[in-house]
Design a protein around this ligand. Structure first.
Ligand code: TPP
Length: 360
């Protein structure tokens, strides 16, 4: 397992080549993600947001990997990688809008190279392989972008995972398959997911490299991801382009706000993993290098709180989407059935008014 920092933030591996500003940016992004997550769960509890998937505990894997990507690379997420997407330039406001049930929050700016949220488990993996393969073909076999796809430990039991990785090996596509092994697929523990000793070793069956990294060590994740992305774009003679990274980590919160983890896991387990929390770990490392002190940490905390509060105000001030828009984005061209349903819905709205469709 690759590590750079131990649980107390002491250096135990090769520190990646990041300057002070980049290291502070990494720390701030993790603090932003943690605070955003806490506020999002609270919004749900207050009835101001729909079901939301918390990411606390997973900031090291998300921020470390996203920061390793080059501008021309592509990110293909599942539904829990909103912190990684923010690194690529997605707005917190849009993430909130999406989880508030407004599909416009999933309209992603072109220059961010982030694919849309995928809720069906592992369905994004063959998409990522296809995107990478298409890019390789279009570039005449000499791709300059890599395609990083996130998924959970549970996704490794899906057919889509095996098909996606098999094709990636056969067609030698510029992919990085990034498994956020947070130990649980809702209530199914990692050891019931597979009898394999590691998830990373599954890559071997497809002919390419698998790497296990401490996913709660952002510096280790950064290094491993940067190497895998570089190999995907430009492998050495005899190397295959794809890599599967297993980032070993823990989700501190519930699977989603509709879940109660206390019915299937022990508090003691969470307490043990909290000792590996990526945020205090990076903070200790940065304090030890005199990059951070109390004043700087306080200033970062204040700016993060302001940024999240402004995003929430902005999201809540956005007018509701037109209900008719729910028919618009299912297919590039509407099917006859959808056209019929949209017309019928418009007719009913006209006759009864929108209030007739609102839930109290
Ligand atoms: C194809 C499919 N089957 C089942 C579900 C229901 N479901 C939602 S999340 C989840 C568990 C996923 O666990 P994992 O892949 O480990 O990701 P995590 O949520 O832990 O990030 C399941 C089974 C789904 N969304 N899609």
């Amino acid at each position: 397992m690759v590590r750079v920092l131990d649980e107390d933030g002491a250096v135990v591996g090769d520190v990646p080549d990041l300057d002070e500003d980049e290291l502070v940016a990494m720390y701030r992004q993790m603090k932003l993600a943690r605070h955003f997550d806490e506020r999002a769960v609270s919004l749900n509890r207050q009835g101001r947001m729909g079901t939301y998937p918390p990411l606390s505990g997973q900031e090291g894997a998300q921020i470390g990997s996203a920061m390793a990507m080059a501008a021309d690379d592509w990110m293909i997420p599942s539904y829990r990688e909103h912190a990684a997407a923010v690194v690529r330039g997605l707005g917190l406001r849009d993430t909130l809008r999406y989880w508030m049930g407004d599909e416009r929050g999933n309209e992603i700016p072109d220059d961010t190279n982030v694919f849309t949220v995928a809720v069906p488990i592992a369905s994004q993996i063959p998409h990522a392989t296809g995107m990478a393969w298409a890019h390789k073909l279009q570039s005449g076999g000499d791709p300059d972008s890599a395609f990083l796809c996130y998924f959970g430990d549970g996704a490794t039991s899906e057919g889509d995972f095996h098909e996606g990785l098999n094709f990636a090996g056969v067609f030698d596509t510029p992919n990085v398959f990034f498994c956020n092994n947070n130990q649980w697929a809702i209530s199914v523990p990692r050891e019931r997911q597979t009898a394999s000793e590691t998830l990373a070793q599954k890559a071997e069956a497809y002919g390419f490299e698998g790497v296990q990294v401490d996913g709660m060590d952002p510096l280790a994740v950064y290094s491993v991801t940067q190497d895998a992305l570089a190999k995907a774009r430009d492998p050495d003679e005899g190397q295959l382009r794809p890599t599967m990274i297993e980032a070993v980590q823990y989700r501190f919160g519930a699977h989603t706000t509709a879940d109660d983890p206390s019915v299937y896991r022990e508090e003691e387990e969470e307490r043990r993993w909290r000792e590996k929390d990526p945020i205090p770990r990076l903070e200790s490392f940065l304090r030890g290098r005199d990059v951070l002190d109390d004043d700087r940490v306080e200033a970062i905390e204040a700016s993060v709180e302001d940024e999240v509060a402004a995003a929430i105000d902005d999201a809540e001030a956005t007018a509701d989407p037109d209900p008719q828009s729910m028919f618009e984005h299912v297919y590039a061209e509407q099917t006859p059935e959808l056209r019929q349903q949209a017309a019928r819905f418009a007719e009913l709205r006209e006759r009864h008014g929108d209030d007739a469709f609102r839930e109290e």
